[in-house]
Design a protein around this ligand. Sequence first.
Ligand SMILES: NC(=O)N[C@H]1NC(=O)NC1=O
Length: 213
Amino acid sequence: MPFNQYCKELKGISTHKIDFLESSSIDEREVKELCLTFRSSIEQTGARREGILDIFGNIVEKCPLITGAIWSKIPFQVYLAVEECVSEFIDSLSSSGKEGILRCHPDLCGRDLTRGTLTEESQNEQSQAGLTSLNPMEREILNHLNLQYKEKFGFTFVICAKMSDKNKITQELNSRLQNDPCQELQNGIDQVKKICHLRIQDIFFHGKIPTKL
Ligand SMILES: NC(=O)N[C@H]1NC(=O)NC1=O
């Protein structure tokens, strides 16, 4: 990541009351200092080793095992490292491991949404994509496509809802149904990584309280 963009992203941390980055010219030393301050602020608010699962446990939906697996690499100096570790770990899994991750995701506009049993993260994501306010016809089409997808591939259709909307999701589902299983496994995993990216950003930059699994 280019240094400038890195600094710009770090500025988002000012919501965490770290505001000495107001000057436009910051050097590498200041960034390192910022990272350390940020890190210690996380530690002070309880993110010690034993709290890591509480904070990062749901960055991949209902897969705290992933956080547990990369546990020794946390705390991280920069949030990007969390993402990289997750991504590397997922890539190292067998196909059945990857399928397992997809199966841990709730259907979009599925049973958990109807019953109100989604995790808060998933509820927000689905709501932002307009999936909590579908009309009966839209819901039926989506449920039908989800079912077809599951029957064909044996795992859940996963898409980063926050980067999409209800119409694009239906279109994408229709088109991804035509893929072969190998390609679709990779597509699903790529989407999981996007969801994870946004969830990590929410924790670090938007002060969101993550679901404790
Ligand atoms: N099935 C599926 O894509 N679910 C996920 N997508 C998303 O953005 N949040 C989810 O829970």
